[in-house]
Design a protein around this ligand. Structure first.
Ligand SMILES: *[C@@H]1O[C@H](CO)[C@@H](O)[C@H](O)[C@H]1NC(C)=O
Length: 175
């Protein structure tokens, strides 16, 4: 092999490692934060999603918990946003008690699974909020939000990976 071919091989190997890294690292769990709304913050809901991360067009189950009492007028909402300051693109809502397949009202603490079909054609990034509220009384008992996609890749520690961990280090350098 001549010298320039070897360089091409090393370049290709490097590119494929760099491409594979963000993919592996993105398998960490979705992190949820408190919702803020004109300066107010609400108690954080416990949220886990399965599968995690969400896949557009696929079903996903939201397991939601909160240490409060929720009655018949309360709803659980899952909302998809392009911008959290604007109206949501999609909203899925369900009662939290007193309906088919749900416990009698009131519930305390709240603990339920809610399956939705993730919409397709969502922007990148998009934002997701999970809220338990009484829409009539305008009371929010708990809320969690997260960002999906967008610039978070920048925080991946690619640059700090020791070069020795790349398989290219073991490529034989032929004469
Ligand atoms: C999502 O679940 C519904 C039933 O709850 C089912 O009819 C549908 O086929 C599922 N969709 C996918 C993409 O798995």
């Amino acid at each position: 092999m001549n010298q320039s071919l070897i360089l091409v091989f090393i370049l290709l190997a490097t590119l494929s490692v760099v491409n594979a890294l963000p993919h592996q690292l993105s398998k960490r769990e979705t992190q949820w934060g408190k919702c803020t709304d004109s300066g107010k913050t609400y108690p954080l809901l416990g949220v886990t999603i399965s599968p995690d991360p969400l896949v557009q067009g696929q079903n996903d189950t939201f397991s939601v918990s909160g240490d409060f009492e929720a009655g018949a007028t309360y709803i659980l909402g899952v909302a998809f946003f392009k911008d959290l300051a604007d109206d949501p693109l999609y909203v899925f809502i369900t009662p939290v008690c007193g309906a088919k397949g749900l416990p009698n009202c009131p519930v305390k603490p709240l603990k339920m699974d809610y399956k939705i079909t993730v919409p397709t054609g969502l922007p990148n990034p998009y934002f997701l909020a999970v809220v338990v509220e009484d829409p009539k009384a305008q009371i929010v008992l708990g809320c969690s939000e997260t960002q999906v996609g967008g610039g978070s890749e920048e925080s991946y520690p690619i640059a700090s990976y020791p070069i020795a961990s790349y398989p290219i280090a073991s490529y034989p350098i032929a004469e």
